[in-house]
Design a protein around this ligand. Sequence first.
Ligand SMILES: [Zn+2]
Length: 84
Amino acid sequence: MSCDFTRTVLHGYLDGELDAARAAEFERHLENCRDCANALGAEESLRASLRRVSLYEQAPVALQPLPLPFGFPLGVGLPLPPRF
Ligand SMILES: [Zn+2]
């Protein structure tokens, strides 16, 4: 596995999308390549930072759901659930 190829599958590895053989090949490459190991560490650090930061903001009161016109299903006016 080359460094270029390792970089293309890095996100798939972190997302658990590689099959076992490909993941093992990826890990073997990291044992011998400091650059790719550093790239993985940087990506893991970035992902950890994003998990700590709340990216979901509550809508201002002016944008809170309004009473629905007669005949609308109740679910139409509800805010979407947070994505994180
Ligand atoms: Zn490498």
